[in-house]
Ligand binder design. Structure first.
Ligand SMILES: [Zn+2]
Length: 65
């Protein structure tokens, strides 16, 4: 039984990778094998790609500083 399902094509052939941002935020990444749809989730809420990039950039900067 899989709770993962692609919203775009309905396929349940979805992989889930859980990541932790450098600032400690747990983020889940999903990728659909059916249609190559990809999306992110944080604390059960959809996370726009722009926000993910922002977090990643900030984490990178914080590491350098
Ligand atoms: Zn899909």
């Amino acid at each position: 039984m899989s709770s993962l399902q692609c919203e775009k094509c309905g396929s349940d052939d979805v992989i889930n990778i859980n990541l932790t941002m450098e600032d400690g935020d747990p983020v889940a990444f999903y990728s659909c094998h059916g249609c190559e749809n990809r999306w992110w989730n944080r604390s059960g809420e959809p996370l726009p790609l722009a926000r993910v990039l922002e977090l990643a950039r900030r984490a990178k900067g914080a590491k350098k500083a």
